[in-house]
Design a protein around this ligand. Structure first.
Ligand SMILES: Nc1ncnc2c1ncn2[C@@H]1O[C@H](COP(=O)(O)OP(=O)(O)O)[C@@H](O)[C@H]1O
Ligand SMILES: [Mg+2]
Length: 380
């Protein structure tokens, strides 16, 4: 009896806050959300990208006494390092070039409500100190002002990084880490709670069909089996995208295993590799990233070698020799690597219709790095 009551109140809660899933993992997460929501405790939500960290943060805020006030979401990785402090804490007029007026920061805007600091692992060390101070006593200073101000803000932070190893690598302050992790909610990747896949697929398919006035013709059991066995590197977000694309492809008819397999084909190779123990890394994206890095480093070394060869030959003869290609390599040897990077950035921005978050994810760099590179290469 007791557990049925608990179940139904949890189900109601999930329905109210749009949290789909009945795996033990989701049940536990929802329990924690229900426990922490009424308090002001700082919560750290960890999990791979697309697992539902923002969904959880929104539910905590909406179920709290602060729900009438705003939840301000800040993606720490997307704000350039130079302006992050003024964005978070505000600034006084004239405090730096371009500060033409006094501005409130996100913490002040969230006063009385909640601030959701996404990608907290991207916070620069100098800002980490100031953030810790706000966590300890609610105090902060606007950039350019000696005045300590106070805010009443509930902090929820999220990261897809392993903060513990960030601490070991001295990129994240240990004191801040310990302060943050007092309540650590880990949202497991979708592949670790596969039983949630059918309900999530159903929800996304139905929502999309309703919003776009199209018919969802259902899905065969075999097709669902393919989904159930897929690795889902992009987690729930990927499932949502796949569901929406499949609906368009299906054009109203029932989706078959063949439809699904065809659609996921590009990913299946990785999927099989990942099933071999030796290839199963903690972060499924690392091997590809490493390969790209290695290829870039190789390329750079080759260019450096080529450049020194060319320069040697030029200096040795006292005059310029060689083909135009060689000459350009001598002058701009390093450009090839940049060109390649620039092209990759342009291509991903095009692929994701200018969405920087998705482009950065595809490139496996932070949004901040992408932002910087866009500026650097004049791609705006
Ligand atoms: N349990 C869930 N129930 C319903 N939708 C979910 C769930 N988890 C994630 N989503 C959806 O998946 C997408 C990614 O979730 P999000 O919270 O943005 O992930 P993260 O912040 O971890 O990258 C969003 O569209 C979100 O609505
Ligand atoms: Mg997110």
């Amino acid at each position: 009896m007791k557990s049925t009551d608990t179940n139904s109140s949890r189900e109601q809660f999930q329905q109210k806050h749009g949290i789909v899933g009945s795996s033990i993992e989701i049940e536990e997460i929802v329990n924690v959300i229900q426990q922490v929501a009424p308090t002001d405790i700082t919560v750290l939500i960890t999990g791979e990208s697309g697992t539902g960290k923002e969904v959880a943060a929104l539910a905590i805020h909406a179920a709290s006494k602060r729900s009438k006030k705003p939840m301000v979401t800040v993606n720490c990785g997307a704000i350039p390092e130079g302006i992050i402090e003024s964005e978070l804490f505000g600034h006084e007029k004239g405090s730096f070039t371009g500060a033409s007026d006094t501005r409130k920061g996100y913490f002040e805007l969230a006063d009385g409500g909640t601030i959701f600091l996404d990608e907290i692992g991207e916070l620069p060390p100098s800002t980490q100190v100031k953030f810790l101070r706000i966590l300890e006593n609610g105090e902060f200073m606007r950039v350019g002002s000696p005045l300590a101000r106070k805010v009443d803000v509930r902090v929820i932070a999220a990261t897809n990084k392993d903060l513990e190893s960030e601490v070991r690598a001295k990129r994240f302050r240990a004191d801040l880490f310990y302060r943050l992790r007092s309540v650590n909610m880990r949202i497991p990747p979708l592949r670790e709670r596969r039983e949630d896949i059918p309900a999530l697929f159903e929800k996304f398919a139905r929502d999309y069909a309703a919003a776009n006035n199209i018919v969802f013709g259902g899905i065969t059991d075999e097709a669902m089996d393919v989904f159930l066995n897929y690795y889902w590197p992009g987690n729930v977000r990927e499932l949502r995208n796949v569901a929406e694309s499949m609906l368009v492809i299906g054009n109203g008819r029932k989706l078959t295993a063949e439809d699904v397999q065809k659609y996921l084909k590009g990913f299946q190779v990785h999927n099989e590799e990942r099933n071999l123990p030796v290839f199963v890394p903690k972060n499924p994206d690392i091997p590809e990233r490493e390969l790209i890095y290695r290829a870039l480093v190789d390329l750079k070394n080759e260019i450096t070698e080529l450049r020194s060869l060319v320069l040697d030959s030029i200096n040795g003869n006292g005059e310029r020799h060689g083909s135009p290609v060689m000459r350009s390599a001598a002058g701009h040897g390093h450009l090839s690597l940049e060109d390649m990077e620039r092209t990759m950035i342009i291509e991903s921005l095009e692929k994701y219709a200018g969405n920087r978050r998705s482009a950065a994810q595809a490139l496996k760099i932070s949004e901040r790095t992408l932002y910087r590179k866009i500026k650097e290469y004049g791609l705006q």
